[in-house]
Design a binder for this molecule. Structure first.
Ligand SMILES: [Zn+2]
Length: 112
C-alpha cells in the first residue's frame, strides 16, 4: 500500500471523487483519515487530512498520472461530457463516469 496524495480536510469530497475516478481505471484505493460522521458528538476537533492510498504499490505511478491529468488545465481538447445515467459532469479525459462508472456515450454530443 502506498499513499498517493493527501487533501485538506475541506477537500474530503475531492478525495472521494478521485477515488472513484481511479476505481473506473481499475485501481483499488482507500482513504485514510476520512472525517468521521457527526453521529458521535464527542469526537474532539482535530485536523485530520484525508489521504488517498492505493492497495497495489504498482498502481502508484499510473494513479498519479491519472490524477495529474485530471488536475491539469491542458485538457481542453477533450471537453467534459455529461453522464446520461446520473447527470454528473465528467472530465473529458475520462472514458467513463467517475460517479456511476457508466461508459462515455459515443458520438452523442450535447445539443446545448
Ligand atoms: Zn454517471
Amino acid at each position: 500500500m502506498k499513499k498517493i496524495c493527501s487533501f485538506h480536510p475541506s477537500e474530503s469530497a475531492m478525495a472521494n471523487m478521485f477515488r472513484r475516478i481511479l476505481a473506473v481505471e481499475g485501481i483499488a484505493t482507500f482513504i485514510r483519515n476520512e472525517r468521521l460522521g457527526t453521529a458521535m458528538g464527542e469526537i474532539p476537533f482535530v485536523e485530520c487530512f484525508p489521504e488517498l492510498w492505493v492497495h497495489e504499490d504498482g498502481d502508484v505511478e499510473r494513479a498519479q498520472e491519472i490524477l495529474a491529468a485530471y488536475k491539469s488545465e491542458d485538457i481542453e481538447d477533450t471537453p467534459a461530457w455529461r453522464c446520461p445515467t446520473c447527470g454528473e459532469q465528467v472530465d473529458g479525459a475520462l472514458g467513463a463516469c467517475w460517479c456511476c462508472e457508466s461508459p462515455r456515450p459515443e458520438e452523442d454530443e450535447p445539443a446545448g
